[in-house]
Design a protein around this ligand. Sequence first.
Ligand code: NOJ
Length: 450
Amino acid sequence: MTEYYQFPQDFIWGCSTSAYQVEGAANLDGKGKSIWDTFTHEPGNIAENHNADIGIDQYHRYKDDIALMKWLGTKAYRFSVAWSRVFPNGYGEPNSKGMDYYDRLIDELLANGVEPFLTFYHWDLPQALQDEVGGWESKETSEHMANYVAYVTQHVSDRVTNFFTINEFGGCVDLGYGEGIYAPGLQLPMKRVNQARHNVILAHGLAAQAIRANAKRDVRIGVTEDPVLPVPIMDTPEHREAALKAIRDMNAHFTTAVLEGKYMDSYLEREGENAPQFTDEEMKIIGTPIDFFGITMYRPTYCRASDDPKGYEMLDYAKGHPLYDMDWIYFGPEVGYWAPWLMANAWDIKELYVTENGCACQDEMTKKGEILDTDRLTYLRNHHAAMHRAVSEGVPLKGYFVWSLLDNFEWELGFTKRFGIFYVNHETKERTPKMSAHYYRNVIARNAAL
Ligand code: NOJ
């Protein structure tokens, strides 16, 4: 049967998580502390003072979780490696027991026909690097990251083909060193934030080179970023044009720098004295060619054409614009079309993935033990349909990862928010498929938005 919203045969439907959010086992098998281990233990930082020491315990339950993936039929699993599991102090002697865990995970995925997509850094910096060199404020951290990446690549590249260097630069720096709501909880002045931003994209470039230099076979390298996604308020040529200008300009410090290997003049002028210090050589490293780009896609930010010299104007959300159970997840599934379209047209990217898409909902179990998350299902379905439009127009969107496989530790909000398509009972750790998991299972089986 040909479906109305049929995706290409090789389209990859996957699921995403990250180490600190799902693993638990914070102090086991020689793991060193990360900044998130420290931050979550300082009272007042996290909702209800939750921490993920045990969390949802994928460290011990990975086989069961992979069985869930098999039931879903998911083709790929995007997970991250906890740097401080492999190098407890961020550098120096590796911890073989930590590496063993990822060997077990990868082998089990492959044995079940699930392709591993490995992210090297999803925010859990070894605490030792924060203490010794000031974390992302120092280029030494970028260099240590390259060495860690080289080591893990040598170890797993016989089995892992797809690598992401870093997850969301803003989550590494802006929220942790600027706003202070993420680890390490600093509120630095803008000049230091911009320098840390620069150091983190430098780490991306160094990591991309380290993967290339150390892989045992042909592997594929990307980054997964959360650019502002300016969606034209309506589909007219002038608003499209405005959105293309906006996406470069609004993301000048991260996405644009990485994809163009330089900072836009308008960005450097705007930042003035607060602009980062950098060399031409570093910009070359930052612009190291990659094979694919991952977008974490949750919401649109609306824009329109303007007479302003910038050529665009960003619009606020209306007061009553529908929100999910998260104060920034505005419903606007048309972003499923526009995000890939904008990325492909602003930068001529050859291969794109949606590396995260999902929403928090107030899930409740019925008396029958079901979770009827009509809200999440609607969110996913409409994003999938919009993505279909992009794919049909030839935009090179090659895959999609739902955020998240499981309810997990949502950073400063702890376990108070649920993003999973599987419900997790946080007392017993039991997993139950929500209605959205049944939906996604059908999507994967029929390779279509339903
Ligand atoms: C993006 C982050 O990568 C992920 O860790 C987080 O849980 C989701 N956004 C939802 O906030």
